[in-house]
Design a protein around this ligand. Structure first.
Ligand code: PLP
Length: 376
């Protein structure tokens, strides 16, 4: 199948854009002596963890990060040999296969340390651990009052190889927010305590926003996610290219007269004779129903409004006196380069973040196609 077929619902991922975006982030990191861990959790933010991981490694990432061990092992199964880090699982997950297959683990508590340590015993080799200090996000991570005991226990355990210490920022997407410096200060205190028990861990703290705005917080490793996918977490302009496009096709057109209404609830009524184009994509394919009445699509060289409600499997475009061809391409969102809507615009319209829009495209019914797999 080539690019000219008429998809029902198709996500196109531009791996060249991912390489360019990651390359930019990695060069920022390298300028302050840091390596780059590309974050590919949640199936690469809906872009496909494996192709994204390969693109990121090719563009300079020396680490990959996933949320769960299962996500990390999927990458190992697919032949990824890059350093892998995973940070969140439930207490019943057996870490042994992770230790065996060189997945680094985050540890936030003595209980977690104990579990990783017994996995190391089972695997017959030390476990690589990144101790997580909670510097103020109050999510996972070890609270400062428990940190001295945790670093001591980790330092004393011969089955534990403390590779790094790390934390995560709460408000990095609001440059200048006072919590950023406050978290950095607690991070520095925690580092001193770790040094005090003889550890010499790598440090990592920066997500995409901090990678772009706070070189002083790059330390040894940065952990960008969203910016690699081309979505900018900070207001200032960076040369990032959104990698994901959602497209569909026109499957039916019809003329309607003034006074005729469209879609469930008849929330939209034609004021003049107009041509409607039916597009077979809906909220089951990741188009939020809350965009009803507030969205347009890119069709035949311009934006055209969606008439009435977004349904589960379909939506209807008001084309005025234009008659699109059957099979004509409909771009729901893309990079914005041609004037089409973007995931960021969708998010702004419905009051969420673009992370949720693209991650929500992780859907079995929506086909994925990759561009730029071979070049570069
Ligand atoms: C998701 C995540 C990141 C990446 O954050 P972005 O804002 O997408 O750059 C980094 N670190 C941790 C711990 C995360 O959960």
């Amino acid at each position: 199948m080539n690019a000219d077929h008429s998809p029902r619902a198709e996500v196109v991922i531009d791996l060249g854009a991912i390489r360019d975006n990651l390359g930019l982030l990695a060069s920022r990191a390298a300028a302050s002596g840091a390596e780059t861990m590309a974050i590919v959790k949640a199936d690469g933010y809906g872009h496909g963890a494996l192709p994204v991981a390969r693109a990121a490694v090719r563009a300079g990432a020396t680490w990959l990060g996933t949320c769960s061990l299962a996500e990390a092992l999927d990458l190992r199964d697919a032949g990824i040999t890059t350093r892998l880090f995973s940070w969140l699982d439930t207490p019943d997950v057996d870490f042994t296969p992770g230790v065996e297959r060189d997945v680094d683990f985050s540890v936030s508590s003595l209980a977690e340390l104990e579990r990783v340590s017994s996995a190391a015993a089972g695997a017959g080799k030390p476990a690589r651990v990144h101790l997580k200090i909670d510097t103020g996000l109050s999510r996972n991570g070890c609270p400062p009052y428990a940190w001295p005991d945790l670093v001591k226990a980790a330092a004393d355990d011969p089955r534990i190889d403390v590779v790094a210490m790390w934390s995560h920022l709460a408000c990095a997407d609001e440059p200048g927010h006072p919590s950023i410096d406050a978290q950095a200060e607690r991070f520095a205190d925690a580092y001193e305590i770790a040094r005090g028990v003889g550890l010499n861990p790598l440090r990592h703290l920066a997500n995409s926003a901090a990678t772009l705005t706070r070189p002083d917080l790059h330390f040894d490793l940065v952990r960008p996610g969203i910016a690699m996918y081309g979505l900018n977490p900070v207001p200032q302009a960076e040369k990032l290219t959104p990698a994901m496009t959602l497209r569909s096709s026109v499957v039916l057109t019809k003329r309607i007269q003034p006074g005729e209404s469209v879609s469930y609830g008849h929330t939209w009524t034609a004021e003049r004779d107009t041509t409607l184009a039916l597009v077979p994509v809906g909220y089951a394919d990741g188009v939020p129903r809350t965009l009803s009445g507030r969205m347009s699509v890119w069709l035949d060289g311009r934006r055209r409004p969606v008439a009435g409600r977004v349904c589960m499997d379909q939506l209807v475009v008001d084309c005025g006196d234009h008659e699109p061809a059957l099979g004509a391409e409909v771009v729901l969102f893309g990079s914005g380069a041609r004037g089409e809507p973007t995931a960021t615009e969708w998010a702004d319209t419905i009051g969420t973040i673009d992370y949720e829009i693209v991650t929500g495209m992780y859907r079995p019914r929506v086909r994925r196609r990759y561009l730029g797999e071979d070049d570069g």
